[in-house]
Design a protein around this ligand. Structure first.
Ligand SMILES: NC(=O)c1ccc[n+]([C@@H]2O[C@H](COP(=O)([O-])OP(=O)(O)OC[C@H]3O[C@@H](n4cnc5c(N)ncnc54)[C@H](O)[C@@H]3O)[C@@H](O)[C@H]2O)c1
Length: 326
């Protein structure tokens, strides 16, 4: 059993991972400013501290309360498109705030740190993306995550902080009472399902002239339950290893159009499509090779078929058409 502080644990992925940590017997304290997250997403069995990573005194207070053996860091801004309009906000939220958290970890003697990195650090690639594939973020969001990966390297070298940097590809799906509820929502699957529910008129495709088989961007969709199991395995891994930086994807690429077609199939609804211009910062193709995570962490993604992933998201969306709003 470990004491785990989960920064960003009221968010989509952090809330689900918090629940899985509790089920695995850990004592969880969620730290979140609720700027994007939802109090309802925090498991009942977790302690909750409302605070902001921009304020070191908030973090210090949470450290005193949680006395964490490990910190999981999900908190930050997540929109690649928005980062191309507001770079300063992204560097502050994702880099400066993470620096505050890392300093607090060192001061509190925290042994393990797990960081939510992203596929957005990589250059677009026609081949599967391994950890040694070319790194070249297409947007400021990806750059902020890369900067944190670099900070982690030095915090390990200088302070001995053991860390896992987990590069998620596209998180999706739902687990029980927790699902995806960003505001504004920009992710393809929930937006498409909102269109299926009649909560929006259509689903936009940003760019149909990419160098991909059907001209729309190709991504790797990884179920949030599988991301969760990787976090548990990463925490264990850091018992006996110093660091790991690895990709978490399921290795199958699906185009935007294929996802929408699958959603039409799963929901049985007509979904109107609106084709629009490309968005700045979108790479044509990002699909993971996750051999390192499989080999080192013993991780195996379980829910890899698009209809199953969309089916879980659909079940959640039908039960929560207004997200966490009553
Ligand atoms: N969703 C994806 O597909 C995806 C893919 C790759 C990486 N990631 C990364 O995973 C992490 C979690 O993503 P998510 O989709 O769950 O996002 P989310 O927005 O649902 O959750 C982020 C949480 O962090 C909190 N937060 C933000 N700034 C904060 C601050 N200054 N102080 C305290 N709390 C703060 C928010 O209130 C929110 O609850 C993010 O770091 C994101 O960049 C997500």
């Amino acid at each position: 059993m470990m004491n785990v502080l989960v920064a960003g644990g009221a968010g989509y992925i952090g809330g689900i991972v918090s629940q899985l940590l509790i089920e695995a017997g850990h004592r969880v304290t969620v730290f979140d400013n609720l700027s994007k997250g939802h109090r309802e997403a925090v498991p009942e069995a977790a302690a909750f501290v409302r605070g902001d990573l921009a304020h070191p005194e908030d973090i210090a207070a949470a450290m005193r309360q949680a006395r964490p053996d490990a910190v999981l860091h999900f908190a930050g801004l997540t929109e690649a498109g928005e980062s191309m309009q507001q770079p300063a906000r992204y560097f502050r939220a994702n880099v400066s705030n993470t620096l505050n958290l890392l300093e607090a970890c060192v001061n509190a003697g925290v042994g393990r740190f797990v960081f939510s990195s992203t596929a957005a650090i990589f250059a677009a690639n026609d081949a599967l993306i391994s950890e040694s594939s070319p790194i070249s973020p297409a947007n400021c969001y990806g750059e902020t995550k890369l900067m944190v990966e670099k900070m982690l390297k030095w915090f390990h070298a200088i302070h001995g902080l053991r860390y896992a940097a987990l590069r998620y590809f596209n998180a999706c799906g739902a687990v029980g009472p927790r699902g995806e509820a960003h505001d504004p929502e920009t992710h393809l699957i929930p937006l498409t399902l909102r269109a299926a529910l009649g909560l929006r008129p259509d689903i936009a495709i940003f760019g149909t002239d990419y160098p991909t088989p059907d001209g729309t961007c190709v991504r790797d969709y990884i179920h949030v339950a599988d991301l969760g199991s990787a976090h548990l395995k990463a925490l264990d891994y850091l018992d006996t290893h110093d660091t790991i930086t690895c990709n978490l994807g399921n290795g199958a690429g699906y185009s935007v159009r294929e996802v929408i077609d699958a959603a039409i199939e799963v929901t049985g609804k007509d979904i109107a499509i609106r084709e629009t211009a490309r968005r700045p910062g979108d790479a044509p193709r990002l699909v993971a090779a996750s051999d390192l995570a499989r080999r080192e962490l013993g991780w195996v993604p379980r829910i890899t078929q698009l209809p199953d992933i969309i089916g879980d998201a659909w079940t959640w969306m039908r039960a929560h058409p207004r997200g966490y709003q009553p």
